[in-house]
Write a protein that binds this ligand. Structure first.
Ligand SMILES: Nc1ncnc2c1ncn2[C@@H]1O[C@H](COP(=O)(O)OP(=O)(O)OP(=O)(O)O)[C@@H](O)[C@H]1O
Ligand SMILES: [Mg+2]
Length: 218
């Protein structure tokens, strides 16, 4: 079992647990969960996990690091505006982890993910959050980045006076760029298919924001 004091845990996903780095306030560590702590998934994902247990390069952390490095080689440090920097694989007393820069809010606290804004509480309107999705979508389209796993747990929300809506989404999980669901990933390679899929994913996220934050009927 991989366990951490609750105050260190930022989030536990289907495959990994993300905790604060005890050595640095500005970093977090992602650990791949052992099989018994992962959530149940379909046959294809089970097969992927089976391979990843035998070939570490296929695990979530190394996949995310490779995806981030590919983007960084293309876009340089400006990438950090929209994607949290990954620093590398590190060995810790709890095991091997991916060390990333922690995205923080104006108070220096870990930025909350969009899921928490939708399902816990948010000071922002649906219109402002949707505008932040628009800007993120425009950036993905401009650079042709096949980030298709645009779910609310993969982005955090920060305030940014430089954006028209005053908010910016920062992606904290780019592994889907290399680890998609398609057997032959044509929509990664063909520009118009990629753009169409990105638009669909962004629209789905906006629809979720609108339905979740819709004002209750008067
Ligand atoms: N660099 C970061 N800065 C701030 N918070 C982060 C960072 N990385 C991860 N988190 C937090 O941890 C959560 C889970 O991160 P991540 O999506 O990388 O894990 P995961 O295991 O891939 O989840 P899943 O498998 O369910 O997609 C995020 O929603 C976010 O709240
Ligand atoms: Mg994720």
């Amino acid at each position: 079992m991989l366990t951490f004091p609750p105050d260190r845990v930022l989030a536990q996903g289907a495959n990994r647990i993300c905790v604060r780095d005890p050595a640095s306030d500005g970093h977090c560590l992602k650990y791949e969960l052992p099989p018994q702590q992962r959530t149940r998934v379909g046959a294809r994902q089970r097969l992927r996990r089976w391979f990843a247990r035998r070939i570490p390069a296929l695990g979530e952390n190394r996949t995310e690091l490779r995806a981030w490095r590919g983007l960084h080689a293309r876009l340089g440090d400006a990438l950090a505006d929209f994607v949290a920097p990954c620093e590398g694989i590190v060995e810790t007393p709890q095991g091997t982890a991916l060390r990333c820069a922690l995205v923080r809010d104006a108070q220096g606290l870990p930025a909350r993910n969009l899921y928490a804004h939708l399902f816990e509480s948010t000071p922002y309107t649906a219109a402002r959050l949707c505008a932040a999705v628009d800007a993120f979508e425009a950036w993905l389209l401009h650079h042709g980045i096949p980030l298709f796993d645009l779910n609310s747990g993969n982005v955090v929300v920060i305030e940014d006076a430089g954006q028209p809506c005053g908010l910016r989404l920062v992606c904290v999980d780019v592994k889907s760029i290399l680890d998609g669901r398609e057997i032959v990933p044509v929509s990664r390679w063909v520009p118009w298919l990629r753009a169409r899929k990105l638009r669909r994913r962004a629209e789905r996220l906006r629809a979720r924001i609108r339905s979740q934050l819709a004002a209750p009927p008067a």
